[in-house]
Design a protein around this ligand. Structure first.
Ligand code: UDP
Length: 234
């Protein structure tokens, strides 16, 4: 069982089958699992993406200045963070949203020591607005925050069982890796996470687990140390 974990949720995960916006049923299901993990005594911080609303690199932003588009992407993560916070607090579990872009009326600024203190006090922490800089992704934010708060593991929730030799949706003969190194991911060009995030984890020996979040109970299983998904080590 891990003591402190960072869970990366993509924006899409919160959109359910619609693929856009928020599906309240899905938000309920995911947050119930996060709350279960917290109730086991595991410290949990969530990094949430914003792809269910806006991505800086999306087709719809093609004509836009990249910085402006990325700023819109980062703001969209705040919408998701607030939805998650609301759903978590319905379970009588305290939850704080910390944002990398100042937004005092809406969420606390990200301050590392304060984030750690919240976790120690049993609060769920949600990191929003990525790292606060354009040209990055929330995957990179997840790696960075996990290292800053000294998490034991970075759990990345996806739609498939783990890391495969090829896209398992397109290639039926794709093989799943139970364990793999960061270097192998980089060398084989596996599209698990963006490369900045992967190299950051590699350089700092942060273990990562890629797992299927559409399987109910998986967040809990991974957090308890069960062998689910693919384990990535340096
Ligand atoms: N973004 C950014 N800097 C960051 C994190 C995110 O500029 O540190 C922007 C970027 O435009 C990105 C969008 O926010 O496309 C949403 O984040 P992401 O694509 O990582 O969300 P996810 O795919 O996990 O839903």
């Amino acid at each position: 069982m891990y003591k402190r974990i960072v869970l990366k949720l993509s924006g899409e995960a919160l959109a359910g089958d619609r693929g856009f916006g928020l599906d309240s049923q899905r938000v309920q299901e995911i947050t119930s699992e996060v709350v279960e993990v917290r109730k086991l005594g595991i410290e949990i911080a969530v990094v949430v993406g914003g792809g269910n609303f806006f991505r800086g690199v999306a087709q719809q932003a093609k004509e836009m200045d990249r910085v402006a588009a990325d700023n819109m992407g980062m703001l969209s993560t705040l919408i998701n963070a607030l939805a998650l916070q609301d759903a978590i607090e319905k379970h009588d579990v305290q939850c704080r949203v910390m944002t990398a872009i100042a937004m005092d009326q809406v969420a606390e600024p990200y301050i590392r020591r304060r984030a750690v203190r919240h976790l120690e006090k049993g609060r769920v922490v949600i990191f929003a607005a990525g790292i606060g800089n354009p040209f990055f992704s929330t995957d990179t934010a997840a790696s960075l925050r996990a290292m800053e708060i000294k998490a034991d593991v970075l759990m990345k929730a996806t739609k498939v069982e783990g890391i495969y030799s090829a896209d398992p949706v397109l290639f039926k003969d794709a093989v799943k890796y139970d364990e793999i190194t960061y270097m192998e991911i980089l060398q084989q060009g596996l599209k698990v996470m963006d490369l900045t995030a992967v190299s950051l984890c590699k350089d700092n020996n942060l273990p990562m687990i890629i797992f299927n979040m559409n399987q109910p109970g998986n967040i809990m299983r991974v957090a308890q140390g069960e062998k689910v998904g693919s384990l990535v080590t340096a």
